[in-house]
Design a protein around this ligand. Structure first.
Ligand SMILES: Cc1cc2nc3c(=O)[nH]c(=O)nc-3n(C[C@H](O)[C@H](O)[C@H](O)COP(=O)(O)OP(=O)(O)OC[C@H]3O[C@@H](n4cnc5c(N)ncnc54)[C@H](O)[C@@H]3O)c2cc1C
Length: 403
């Protein structure tokens, strides 16, 4: 309980780990190393209410400044960890300092995947991961501006929705044949596509980006064999796990630091949680999740294991996205081979799609249907079989199905 714990990466998983370590009775020193200028903050609002200027910056922070002193946490901001010496049990920082540890937790998250086409380095091309990124984007994110969004994933579409609301002229370029193709079922893609078009967003599917042109800043995007005039560009094409520190230290890592069900890496003194990890999901396959749920739950399990109370991690993953007045909530992990069952009418803007596998609910996608989502999530956790006809019949209340 008096062991020295060092946590690298000061984000969502890190702050949860701090809180859980103290709650589990860890009384020893905790050092939290973060390369950003800010203490841990929530990222989801960055592409939603914060970009829309409906949420003040202080509301992003997960804890008050006073918390760190009260919790006995040595918070080192603007500080980057460079290497781990596993034999000597120290972490080397880029400023040359060495931090000794008894147990180490890696919560280094993920970084944005960058475009590599000609002109991709021109000013006026933005990415969205941090407070600093939003601050840079805001100066150009002005009513009337022509914004090209590369990638119709969650982030691209959330920014498209905010842009349309703010009066920008929004065009989305997507290489695949439907929006959010990797994340949702075709019915959801069609629904969200129609909503964006209704809001005035020009969504160009099957349109890969070939490059950018401009003198001094981006002025044109070349995509689908055509040139389009633009004032700014936002790229949202996914993230890459920050697993290099672990890999260079010889820990198992392939597109994410591999951890067991107790968030333990291949070194029993080193744990990892959140976007930087690859873990065994409920079905036993290795997967990498980029969501708040995984950051929080895995960090809780890491804290339990680090304090000698290991408990297998097998929570149902969940995620949400806000676009216009639509709240999309997803629980579970879908597979292309799942049987899809629709509940409710998309025209009512309140409906859901259940994914059945071997008769059991494997995943649910709900739009403005929180009860379908909540009860669906519970049924997934319980591994309950529900007849497709029952789920499809919206005259049968979800509460009744969940009993
Ligand atoms: C714009 C945006 C919108 C999102 N919306 C949603 C949403 O609606 N729902 C949802 O579930 N999830 C959403 N997410 C994802 C969610 O925010 C992440 O899954 C979550 O933040 C992961 O937490 P983490 O602690 O693993 O990583 P992070 O919170 O990213 O923290 C990692 C930290 O580690 C730091 N770091 C990395 N390497 C080092 C190093 N060597 N030394 C020191 N520090 C280092 C990084 O700079 C970073 O600050 C969104 C993410 C973004 C960017």
């Amino acid at each position: 309980m008096s062991e020295k714990i060092v946590i690298i990466g000061a984000g969502q998983a890190a702050i949860q780990a701090v809180q859980s370590l103290r709650a589990e009775g860890h009384a020893g020193p905790i050092t939290l190393v973060g390369e950003e200028a800010y203490p841990p903050y929530q990222r989801p609002p960055l592409s939603k209410a914060y970009l829309l200027s409906q949420l003040e910056r202080p509301r992003l922070f997960l804890k008050s400044d006073a918390y760190y002193g009260e919790a006995g946490v040595d918070l080192l901001l603007n500080t980057t960890a460079k290497a781990i010496d596993r034999a000597g049990k120290t972490v080397e920082l880029t400023d040359g300092r060495k931090l000794p540890y008894d147990k180490l937790l890696l919560t280094t998250g993920a970084r944005v995947r960058k475009l590599r086409c000609p002109g991709a380095d021109l000013p006026g091309i933005f990415y969205l991961k941090s407070i600093a990124d939003v601050d840079a984007l805001q100066a150009a994110f002005l009513p009337g501006a022509r914004i090209a969004i590369v990638g119709a994933g969650y982030i691209g579409l959330e920014v498209a929705a905010v842009g349309a609301k703010r009066g920008l002229q929004v065009t989305v370029f997507e290489a695949m044949d439907r929006v959010m193709a990797r994340a949702v079922s075709p019915a959801l893609s069609d629904f969200f596509m129609a909503e964006h078009v209704k809001a005035g967003v020009d969504v160009k599917l099957n349109t890969g980006v070939e490059g950018f042109e401009g003198s001094g800043k981006v002025e044109r995007i070349l995509a689908g064999g055509k040139s389009h005039d633009v004032d700014l560009v936002l790229v949202g094409i996914g993230v890459i796990a920050n697993d290099e520190l672990a890999r260079e230290a010889g820990l198992a890592a392939t597109d994410g630091i591999v951890v067991d069900r107790n968030a333990m890496t291949s070194d029993s003194a080193i744990f990892a949680a959140g976007d930087c990890t690859r873990h065994y999901g409920r079905e036993g396959t290795l997967l990498r999740l980029e969501c708040v749920q995984n950051a929080i739950d895995q960090a809780k399990h890491a804290a339990l294991a680090m304090t000698g109370k290991p408990k297998d991690y097998s929570e149902v993953p969940w995620f949400w996205s806000d676009q216009y007045d639509l709240k999309l909530q997803i629980a579970g992990l879908a597979r292309p081979s799942d049987r899809l069952v629709a509940r409710g009418d998309p025209a009512s803007r309140k409906f859901s799609v259940f994914h059945l596998r071997d008769g059991k609910i494997a995943a649910v996608e709900a739009v403005n249907a929180p009860q379908d989502y909540m009860i669906g999530k519970k049924l997934i956790a319980e591994g309950r079989a529900v007849p497709a006809e029952t789920l499809a019949d919206s005259a049968i209340p979800m509460k009744q199905i969940g009993v």
